[in-house]
Design a protein around this ligand. Structure first.
Ligand code: GLN
Length: 518
């Protein structure tokens, strides 16, 4: 079922294989009919992760990058929508002339070819299939895997089934029935799992492991306990300690089983070596599901781990601070730092502006990202430059003179899917600014996902009041970074720094923010 942690299991297995010296990549299959994740609500489906090449992807792609330290592309996130769109395009081009196009073999062939193409140049492709066994949506994918095993042989394919062993009563017995039934369901489809990764609260006890092994007919050493742990970066070790690499290596007849462990172990350990807390308040629109900002959380975590502090985050709904509740904003005083992440639409935006004002005036370290950057400009213009009606065209579409306005190339956009300014772009850093100090580079590349930007007609007004625009792109046409040098730390970026942070090597803006908070 969803939320079980398939992404972390897939990333961890991939990481272990990578640490044995193999060239590994991952792909995520999302069986929904959307072409990509870009038009989905983050509070229902989690964050939209953006790749260098501008893919709007499932959040598991972020886990792959963070574990493997290898950039993914939009092609690594496969959806039913994309597969069908490829099939229909080929049909229109006459590639299936004379044939009746069917799920088997045409759709399944496209799935298999897509996977084979992704695997090219790699030793291992870890394929994560979302959804629950038995869902109608995932059937064509599971059928493709079944065929693939038949075609390439079972020494080239290995199935790991992620299941659940819940504890339902006070006695604490681990229930094995859901796992047993799930394995039966998968077998009915023609797939025989080789390894079971059993999600459970506490380490799987001997009885439960034995029972699962016997009833599911899977060797005991292939029943792996994936119990809850305090850091996702600890999961590779949990799997390794149960011998998963030996099991996989035996099956694939792999020579090298030595895991180069030291460096990763150091990184994983850094999440435990903490002395004291750093408390961050995240004020956003989608806080009822913290997964909406999973990369932001991870980037904060990477930075606090590097600084030896334990991260504590409160997710604060920005709507709390508007409609006459402005005074509530004072509760932000207890945080070491305030962060405003990305967002879309009017709801909650005035509450965010109130929080930014509070952070700026109280000199609390502040980091703004994308929407957070745009609303920082609006707050500053309203309260520091006397532009009391400053706003964004996102909230007043008819106002062409807004402080934050539609990017010119966005004005005539008809389709909403995949049409924002997306992916990696070059950013020039202005010398002798705070940005220059933290990036120590006059050019960086970061990922984007937006339709609106700062209207440079107001540049002089903003700069004269003490805000510094310290990064730009597209030959100066676009402002990417702002800072207020008279504050301890007030920094906001139009791009999404969070997508460029990996454990052990946090993104610079996040690292500087956490350092300042500490
Ligand atoms: N809604 C804003 C825009 O489209 C900000 C987007 C974001 O935060 N990712 O420009």
């Amino acid at each position: 079922m969803s939320g079980l942690g398939k992404g972390i299991v897939a990333s961890s297995v991939a990481k272990l294989l990578q640490l044995t010296g193999l060239k590994v990549t991952c792909t995520k299959i999302d069986p929904y009919v959307n072409y990509d994740a870009g038009t989905m609500n983050p509070t229902a489906h989690g964050e939209v992760f953006v790749t260098d090449d501008g893919g709007e992807c499932d959040m598991d792609m972020g886990n792959y990058e963070r574990f493997l330290n290898t950039p993914m592309t939009k092609w690594h996130n496969i959806t039913t929508g994309r597969i069908y769109s490829d099939v229909i395009k080929a049909e229109r081009e006459g590639k299936y002339l004379g044939q009746c196009v069917q799920i088997i073999p045409h759709v399944t062939d496209v799935i298999k070819n897509t996977l084979k193409n992704l695997a090219k140049g790699h030793d291992v492709l870890v394929v994560e299939c979302g959804g629950t066994v038995g869902d109608i949506e995932s059937l064509p994918f599971l059928e493709s895997f079944r065929q693939m095993e038949l075609e390439v042989g079972d020494t080239e394919t290995l199935f790991i089934h992620v299941t659940l062993a819940p504890i339902l009563d006070v006695v604490g017995e681990q229930k094995t029935k859901p796992t047993q039934h799930s394995v039966q369901e998968l077998r009915r489809i023609g797939i025989h799992p080789y390894i079971l990764a059993v999600r459970c609260q506490k380490p799987l006890n001997r009885d439960a492991r034995h029972k699962i092994s016997m009833f599911a007919s899977i060797r005991e050493q292939c029943v792996i306990s994936c119990h809850d742990c305090s850091s996702i970066y600890d999961v590779p070790e949990i799997l390794k300690d149960q011998g998963i690499i030996d099991v996989i290596s035996d099956k694939f007849d792999l020579k090298s089983r030595n895991i180069k462990w030291a460096e990763w172990k150091n990184v994983a350990n850094s999440f435990f070596n903490s002395s004291g807390n750093v408390n961050i308040g995240i004020v956003g629109k989608y806080v009822n599901l913290p997964d909406s900002y999973v990369s932001v959380y991870q980037a904060l975590l990477h930075s606090s781990a590097k600084s030896g502090k334990k991260l504590s985050v409160d997710w604060i709904d920005s709507e709390r601070f508007e409609n006459g509740n402005q005074n509530e904003v004072k509760l932000l005083n207890k945080y070491d730092g305030i962060l405003v992440p990305g967002g879309f639409g009017t709801r909650g935006s005035e509450g965010i502006i109130n929080s930014i004002k509070y952070a700026r005036k109280k000199n609390i370290p502040f980091l703004g990202i994308c929407f957070g950057f745009q609303l920082s400009l609006i707050e500053f213009a309203r309260n520091q430059c006397g532009m009391t009606d400053a706003s964004s065209q996102e909230f007043n579409p008819k106002d062409n003179n807004s402080l934050v306005k539609f990017m010119p190339e966005q004005e005539h956009t008809v389709n909403l899917g995949g049409s924002m300014r997306l992916g990696k772009h070059d950013i020039t850093i202005v010398p002798s600014t705070f940005a220059d100090r933290i990036y120590q580079n006059n050019k960086i590349q970061r990922r984007h996902r937006h339709r609106y930007e700062f209207n440079q007609d107001y540049r002089k007004t903003i700069e004269e009041s003490g805000m510094v625009l310290s990064g730009h792109s597209d030959k100066g046409r676009r402002i990417e970074i702002l800072e207020i040098p008279s504050n301890k730390f007030f920094f906001a970026v139009q791009y999404h720094s969070e997508f460029s942070s990996i454990p052990g090597k946090p993104e610079e803006a996040f690292e500087a923010f956490i350092t300042s908070c500490i």
